[in-house]
Design a protein. Structure first.
Length: 552
């Protein structure tokens, strides 16, 4: 071991996870050799199904029921000089003592991982008291508030009493990190800790982890295993990178070496999977298909103190105006709470039954969307379709692909015969790269990329002129993302579609958009040609967004 190499904290030796037995045995992780040093930051990258999360869950013995493990996971415990123990052979009682106290985990979705019935402060206190019962309740409360302060949550004394739904996405993730660090673990496993966050918040969370790791050096150092598919973050954060593909370790080495000189073809494809800009220019005289004029949306804020007064309203969008032409893509960017999704909901006419108050004008194909009766709006919906963020959540698990894709035909073209309907479904599936063998299969039988193609087919079968794309690739791996974006670009050229794309991934916006709208607190702070705006952003807010995404 060289002087620059830290002593090993945890080491996977010939580690395997498999499911089934005999001929049906399938290896999810296959003979993995991987080590993380004391105080080191290692990133584990790869596509969905590569075995990243299973590898991360194994030291805590949280692998799914039915999984079989073999090999060794050697853990050095309290100090680097400790004799290593094999975590796979320890009794579960010993593992429970290690969970949280020595090895802690930050999960991908804090809204799911946090208990909605307890304040975030009490959940941190619970973690402290379980693993450090000798600490008094008063000291546990003080420790929880100090952890919230250390993780950068404003007004930690007040936020101690907040429930998860009362915090922003970034604050919830910080609270999860505070809980994980409550017992000063030796190893922190962060499983996609920034996936649901905006690009600026992502860097803040990783900077926070590095600061907390630096503080932990006085106690012997803390290792971090980061699992992510965001390669830009890996470049900023990790010291070494391990690349997994279908359970096999393809490459493991220094971050700079992996990104600048990848040796394995799979790693090369992964590193070079940035979305490619391939847009057709907008015809100067192209008609405007969708426009808004002074579009504003507000919601009730709190409860009125007098029965005869209306409660005050909180503005979410403030006088937003834009015009989307045929064959054009407008990208909408901004941090959480900036109003991106609200724009999509407003132009789709999906805010009418909520407490939202919508003012201003929305024109769809030259018609004032706001003044249409429900039956008139329904007739026009075939021209205005939407593709959602999570294809698995937006596709009914009880319907076959044939039923899912033809559902819109049943509403808008009820006179089609079953044979005609199936022919149209086959035609549109062919357009998105899905063959006829998929007709009678269900969503769970497809990969994430295939499910998103099915969602695109469902929207396109009605031959719309406008598509609202709400984070269409954020749930996909980078290589699959590149394929889906290329498909959307080709479909736009072929059918002359207009796209309104909402995303916090600025690389996606750059690849797909002719113009970009930058939102902050419901206001448009900049709007213009994509490349011009990226090269010469005028507003400090825009400059910070692009700098965080390495677009300037």
């Amino acid at each position: 071991m060289s002087e620059s190499t830290p002593p090993s904290l945890i080491r996977f030796e010939d580690f395997c996870i498999s499911f089934g037995s005999g001929r049906r045995e399938k290896f999810a992780v296959n003979h993995l050799d991987l080590d993380i040093g004391v105080g080191e930051r290692v990133a584990l990258v790869g596509e969905s199904g590569s075995g990243k999360t299973l590898t991360a869950l194994a030291p805590l013995r949280l692998e799914p029921e039915g999984a079989k493990t073999s090999g060794r996971i050697l853990w050095r415990g309290a100090t680097p000089s400790s004799e290593p123990v094999d975590l796979l052979t320890l009794p579960i009682e010993a593992i429970r003592r290690i969970r949280g106290r020595e090895i802690a985990m930050v999960f991908q979705e804090p809204m799911t991982a946090l208990n909605p019935l307890f304040s975030v402060g009490n959940q941190i206190v619970e973690a402290v008291q379980i693993y450090q019962p000798e600490i008094s309740k008063a000291d546990s409360f003080a420790a929880a508030i100090e952890l919230l302060k250390k993780t950068g949550i404003p007004q930690p004394g007040d936020r101690f009493h907040s429930y998860p739904h009362q915090l922003s996405g970034g604050q919830r993730q910080r609270a999860m990190i505070a809980m994980a660090l409550a017992c000063k673990p030796r190893l922190l496993i962060a499983d996609e800790p920034t996936t649901a966050l905006d690009v600026s918040l992502r860097l803040q969370i990783l900077d926070l982890l590095q600061e907390l790791q630096a503080e932990a050096r006085a106690d012997g150092g803390m290792g971090i295993l980061l699992i992510t598919h965001d390669l830009n973050l890996v470049k900023h954060f990790a010291q070494r990178v391990a690349v997994l593909n279908q359970g096999n370790l393809m490459e493991f080495g220094a971050t700079k070496q992996i990104f600048q000189h990848p040796e394995n073809p799979y790693t090369q494809a992964l590193v070079n999977s940035e979305p490619v800009r391939n847009l057709a220019p907008v015809i100067p005289l192209a008609p405007v298909l969708l426009s808004t004029e002074n579009l504003s949306v507000s919601y009730p804020s709190g409860v009125s103190t007098h029965w005869f007064k209306k409660p005050p309203r909180h503005p979410v969008l403030r006088k937003v105006s834009f015009a989307l032409k045929q064959g054009q893509t407008i990208g909408v960017i901004g941090e959480s709470g900036s109003g991106k999704t609200t724009i999509g909901m407003a132009v789709l006419g999906l805010l009418g039954d909520s407490a939202a108050q919508v003012t201003g004008q929305v024109d769809v194909l030259g018609t004032d969307w706001q003044t249409l009766k429900p039956i008139e709006r329904r007739a026009m919906r075939s021209s205005l379709q939407v593709i959602f963020q999570d294809p698995f959540g937006s596709l009914s698990p009880r319907m076959s692909v044939l039923q899912i894709v033809s559902e819109g035909l049943d509403v808008h073209f009820p006179n089609l015969t079953p044979k005609e309907r199936e022919a149209r479904v086959l035609d549109i599936l062919r357009e998105v790269g899905i063959d006829r063998s998929a007709l009678l299969r269900y969503p769970h039988e497809f990969s994430g990329g295939q499910r998103q193609r099915i969602a695109i087919a469902r929207a396109l079968i009605l031959k719309p002129q406008i598509l609202v794309l709400d984070e269409p690739t954020s749930a996909l791996d980078v290589s699959i993302q590149k394929q889906v974006l290329a498909l959307l670009s080709e479909l736009q050229k072929k059918f002359n579609l207009a796209y309104l794309i909402i995303s916090h991934d600025l690389a996606v916006i750059r690849a797909m958009s002719h113009e970009v709208m930058v939102l902050k607190e419901g206001r448009v702070v900049e709007f213009g040609d994509t490349e011009t705006l990226i090269r010469h952003p005028q507003q400090t807010y825009t400059q910070e967004l692009f700098r965080a995404a390495e677009l300037t």
